[in-house]
Design a protein around this ligand. Structure first.
Ligand SMILES: [Zn+2]
Ligand SMILES: [Zn+2]
Length: 148
């Protein structure tokens, strides 16, 4: 099945077709056009990320605001919520918005949201940017978070 970017409709790179292991390790589809990332609890290949994504999913089943974005995996309308991750020293990062599907536990991370909490990527190149932002996702999968 070809999974398309909910923002620009380009075909997402499959986790296993990526040259970066973070994508396959976390089952992340990514967009080479806009550097957005799609995560899903059912395709997460680590139990840590699966568990955390399921906790996140519960908050989208019960709340969040509707957004004009179709879920790339099941075509339901996605919702948006703000999440605050905490650093290892306990301080809070800037809140980021993520889009989540209330039906199938998929999440869409816009590149712009991940950039808020990542060091700047100096040379602009969508492919390289997606690789850099995958490291941000990997880090987030281990940090405490609250959904606000
Ligand atoms: Zn895209
Ligand atoms: Zn869905």
């Amino acid at each position: 099945m070809r999974v398309k970017c909910p923002r620009d409709a380009s075909v997402l790179v499959l986790p296993e077709d990526s040259d970066r292991s973070t994508f396959s390790r976390y089952g992340i589809h990514h967009c080479d056009e806009c550097s957005g990332m799609l995560l899903n609890a059912d395709t997460a290949s680590s139990t840590i990320s699966e568990k955390r994504l399921n906790i996140m999913h519960e908050s989208f089943e019960t709340g969040g605001d509707d957004v004009d974005l179709d879920c790339p995996l099941c075509d339901s309308h996605m919702r948006v919520r703000k999440i605050v991750f905490s650093r290892l020293d306990g301080s809070e990062m800037e809140p980021i918005e993520i889009d989540g599907c209330p039906d199938c536990s998929s999440f869409w991370f816009d590149a712009g949201e991940l950039q808020k909490i990542s060091p700047p990527v100096i040379e602009y190149n969508a492919h390289r940017e997606a690789n850099a932002l995958s490291i941000v996702i990997e880090m987030l999968m281990h940090l405490p978070f609250v959904i606000v």
